[in-house]
Write a protein that binds this ligand. Structure first.
Ligand SMILES: [Zn+2]
Length: 277
């Protein structure tokens, strides 16, 4: 054990991903005295603009959106008591197939080794004990999420000093429940038919393949408030409609698959820091 504080680093694609994916663990580990570092790779410029204006519509200015989302991200970090926020500020690449994918300076167009070199500097600076990012499909196929996985795994390979590495995931049992709640709250959510389902990347994992289940229900209110800090984004409004209690029931346990481990901690585990303290 060193005199360095135990450190969690979460690498996310956009402002607001820290809240939905890892708001619970960021809040919980901060409360336990663990240093938390959030790396947000893009500026979120392809998000909704003021008044819900969508990218490509008149009045949508990516720079204005990015500035607004930077403020929202800072507010979310205050709620979650994130110790250090690092923004790589690549241009948001938009959803797969959008012209923004190919724009110069977009995260998707950035060579992996370049993004990884910047992240490797942060790994050397903070020396996290635990790094969390997305799976190779970016959880749901968004190019910036895929790229976040790629630069993270490349940066970890360059630095080889992080004991535990995780990808966020969702148990399939929960995805079903998620669909039910979506319908209950009137979201435009149809179960994909068989042909659509075959086209879609598989989201989440069978429950038995999940290595790590972290109970963050105690921090559901903070996670909700962090997401509320990003209320300019249409997809977050759905979650906010649920209210704190239902939101916490649905989103209170955060799940991960452990992809690198030097500790030998047995799985399934209920703590990202199992074997480290
Ligand atoms: Zn995102």
């Amino acid at each position: 054990m060193s005199d360095r504080p135990l450190t969690l680093m979460a690498v996310h694609a956009h402002p607001d991903d820290e809240a939905t994916g890892t708001g619970g663990v960021l809040a919980r580990y901060a409360q336990e005295g663990i240093r938390t570092v959030l790396v947000t790779c893009t500026d979120g410029g392809c998000g909704d603009g003021p008044g819900g204006v969508k990218p490509g519509e008149p009045g949508h200015d990516p720079q204005t959106v990015a500035a607004m989302r930077r403020q929202e991200l800072k507010a979310s970090c205050e709620v979650l008591k994130v110790s250090h926020l690092e923004m790589l500020d690549y241009a948001d690449s938009g959803m797969m197939g959008w012209p923004a994918n190919d724009a110069p300076g977009s995260f998707w167009q950035t060579p992996v080794e370049k993004g990884a070199a910047r992240l490797a500097e942060l790994l050397r600076l903070y020396r996290p004990d635990v790094v969390v990012t997305y799976d190779e499909n970016g959880f749901y196929g968004h190019p910036d999420h895929i790229q976040a996985n790629r630069i993270t795994m490349a940066a970890l390979a360059m630095t080889t000093m992080t004991p535990k590495v995780y990808w966020t995931t969702a148990p399939r049992s929960m995805m079903q429940r998620f669909g039910e709640v979506m319908r209950e709250f009137g979201a435009d959510w149809e179960e994909p038919d068989a042909a659509e389902a075959a086209e879609m990347p598989e989201i989440g994992l069978p429950d038995e393949e999940i290595t790590t289940w972290v109970d963050t229900t105690e921090f559901g209110g903070q996670k909700f408030d962090a997401l509320a800090a990003h209320a300019s984004q249409g997809e977050n409004i759905f979650f906010l409609k649920m209210g704190k209690v239902r939101f916490t029931e649905l989103m209170g346990v955060e799940t991960f698959v452990r992809v690198q481990d030097d500790t030998g901690a047995a799985v399934p585990e209920n703590d990202l820091f199992a074997g480290l303290r």
